[in-house]
Design a protein around this ligand. Structure first.
Ligand SMILES: O=C(O)c1ccccc1NCC(=O)[C@H](O)[C@H](O)COP(=O)(O)O
Length: 402
């Protein structure tokens, strides 16, 4: 059964019974403050499957909600259950990536998850690179939030220069050149390929991409796995590059959307493999509210089906690289655009972005014939001594304005 969650603002309290009858039964008629952001949202969520964003609580909030009588072990148990519900929701949507390392049930736990715990063994090391990155991101974001509290970020965003039209730039480039609009990636390294470019000057590369006819740029901001950084995003923006900028991050928390906006992004990436439908819906709304476009990335039919069921998505990326196994196969783009999914995409006039593994004019022609109107390319152009010429080589001709 679905429950309607009321529109709320920062600090207002969400009646717990609206999101989790089972938690409600356990702890009575209490409310939990939304901890992540105060963005008002009116949506329906499953009452059996609360979202991390909607019900994660501060320890003190929960203690207070329990009338000040709860012991810290009560609080730990409820927090742990919230995580378990979050996992349940993700699994029910076919999401294999766990957002956090599994933790043992708190001492003395006897609740709705007890039987499952007795039966199942859970691996406590990441199953693949995407899961590893996601677990790391969760902790990294907690640390970054302490240094950059949301309230300060909101003020910075209010005073930030306006965003540029990411989707419009792709459409225009497609019309102007007859080729898919290019999102050129500023990428120093990756987990699958290691270091791609030793002498890496992000601003120089961005300017070369712009001269070469890129419609938009993608800037990796993850430091640990891609040797990127938010300072690259800021530097490229400050250098006067006009192409709209995608902040290429692993978003697991709405705080990151505010942060990306404050650092000069025009668009953000939302990866369906790590986000539930409700999270995508919420992050999409938040991005729009902040003037950002959202590129929603899928890798398989199931994710494509989920994303097509979400209102308001304009930009869908099909990644030809499995972020779990690193296998790259550009026929993935074709496969996902065939049949009913392709029909729905055309009907909704969505822009599909073919991502990863594109090296030659034949590759571009192949994904264009499959139906993409944009491509996201990193390795094949960033590795060239002259990335501007790299773009001409990729398309088989000069696609700059001149
Ligand atoms: O590229 C990786 O190794 C990788 C590993 C784990 C998560 C994401 C990863 N890459 C992100 C991308 O999908 C690419 O940077 C982007 O699509 C460009 O791909 P390419 O043109 O093949 O460099």
């Amino acid at each position: 059964m679905d429950a309607l969650v009321p529109v709320q603002s920062a600090g207002q309290r969400l009646p717990l019974r609206l999101v989790s009858p089972s938690l409600h039964r356990c702890i009575g008629s209490v409310s939990i403050r939304r901890s992540v952001s105060g963005f008002a949202m009116d949506t329906r969520i499953s009452s059996r499957s609360p979202s991390q964003f909607t019900i994660r609580s501060q320890q003190s909030d929960l203690k207070e909600s329990l009338g000040g009588v709860a012991s810290s072990s009560d609080v730990r148990i409820k927090e742990w259950e919230v995580d378990m519900y979050q996992n349940e929701l993700a699994i029910s949507q076919g999401i294999r990536i766990r957002r956090k390392p599994p933790s043992k049930a708190p001492l003395g736990y006897s609740g709705p998850f007890e039987l499952r715990l007795l039966n199942g063994q859970v691996a406590d090391s990441p199953s693949n690179i995407l899961e590893e990155i996601t677990w790391f991101k969760d902790q990294e974001v907690s640390r970054m939030k302490e240094l950059n509290p949301l309230e300060a970020l909101k003020k910075a965003v209010e005073n930030a220069p306006p965003t540029r039209d990411f989707v419009g730039a792709l459409r225009m480039a497609h019309q102007r050149t007859g080729f898919p609009g290019l999102i050129a990636e500023v990428k120093k390294a990756s987990p699958s390929r290691g270091i791609l470019k030793e002498n890496f000057d992000p601003v120089e590369i961005a300017q070369a991409y712009e001269r070469g006819g890129a419609a938009c740029l993608s800037v990796l901001t993850d430091q640990k796995y891609f040797k990127g950084g938010f300072e690259n995003l800021e530097a490229i923006r400050s250098a006067g590059v006009k192409c709209p900028l995608l902040c290429k991050e692993f978003v697991v928390d709405p705080w990151q959307i505010y942060y990306a906006r404050s650092k000069g992004a025009d668009a953000v990436l939302l990866i369906a493999a790590i986000l539930t439908d409700l999270e995508i819906t919420y992050l999409l709304k938040l991005s729009k509210k902040l003037g950002l476009a959202a590129l929603v990335e899928v890798h398989d039919e199931r994710e494509m089906g989920r994303v097509l069921g979400i209102e308001g998505i304009e930009l869908v990326g099909i990644n030809n690289r499995s972020l779990e196994t690193f296998k790259v196969d550009i026929s993935n783009t074709k496969k996902l655009l065939e049949g009913e999914h392709g029909r729905q995409i055309r009907e909704k006039d969505m822009i599909v972005v073919g991502e990863s593994g594109l090296f030659t004019p034949d590759d571009i022609a192949y994904v264009q014939a499959a139906g993409v109107k944009a491509v996201l390319v990193g390795e094949s152009i960033v590795k060239q001594n002259d990335p501007e010429k790299g773009i001409a080589g990729l398309f088989g001709r000069n696609i700059s304005q001149t």
